[in-house]
Design a protein around this ligand. Structure first.
Ligand code: MN3
Length: 241
């Protein structure tokens, strides 16, 4: 099978299968030419800042290893999974379908959440959202403080391999806080992730050791890039599902 044949197939597969997992709007370069169709690139996105830019709140080694090795590793396996799936479909050999589906969900979701996580942070982060997102947080959670408390408590009590997540649900038309198990569990269909806090130990252990609550509080109060979250929210509300 030639590259010319496999590439369009793979792209079509990604756009149909991964989009179904609400993998939309990963970063700055993910929208289609018409500005309305989110695209998922199966590639490691560059960080929007230097490895040491988030200091003193997040150390250089953690960012470098997390981005390059953990996220980069997930992208490699996702690519391999898609290649294997394409071969299996071509050969109509479905003996490995169970493993391929599990790998797609796990590594695909890892890639999506990590891509969002990096852009959710900025060196001058923290504070509070503004505009439509601020109003919706008040509407759906009662107040920013209530949202903050619920988000932190959910993040702090997530499984050792998990995430705290703020998401928008298209069908319910409301914001939800979810507690993600690994990368793909603990969710419900129809959500678009907006703000992801990685609470796997690799995300914080070099600096915060066992003090996960210190990491999540620092993430919220000093690192969250609310403009990015606002952009994602506005895209989610206007894109439908
Ligand atoms: Mn991670």
């Amino acid at each position: 099978m030639t590259t010319e044949r496999t590439l369009p197939n793979r792209r079509r597969f990604v756009s149909t299968s991964l989009a179904g997992l609400s993998l939309a709007a990963l970063g700055q370069n993910t929208e289609g030419a018409d500005g309305s169709t989110p695209k998922v690139e199966v590639a490691l996105p560059p960080l929007p800042y230097a490895n040491d830019a988030l200091m003193p709140y997040l150390d250089e080694d953690t960012v470098r290893i997390h981005h390059g090795k953990h996220h980069g590793g997930a992208v490699k396996v996702l690519k391999r999974t898609l290649d294997q799936m394409e071969k299996a479909l071509g050969a109509q050999d479905f003996s490995g379908s169970k493993g391929l589906c599990r790998s797609l969900a796990y590594y695909g979701s890892s890639h999506i959440l990590h891509s969002i996580f990096w852009t959710n942070m900025t060196p001058d982060g923290g504070g509070r959202p503004s505009g439509a997102l601020a109003k919706r947080i008040d509407q759906d959670f009662g107040s920013f403080d209530a949202f903050r408390g619920h988000f932190l408590a959910s993040s702090n009590s997530a499984p050792a391999s998990g995430w705290g997540l703020l998401a928008y649900h298209h069908g319910l038309d409301r914001l939800l806080i979810l507690q993600v198990e690994d990368h793909e569990g603990g969710t419900l269909w129809g959500v678009e992730p907006l703000l992801a806090c990685d609470v796997w130990e690799h995300a914080y252990y070099l600096k915060y050791q066992n003090l996960r609550a210190d990491w999540t509080r620092t993430f919220m109060d000093h690192l969250v890039h609310w403009k990015d979250v606002e952009r994602r929210f506005e895209h989610a509300v206007h894109s439908g599902a």
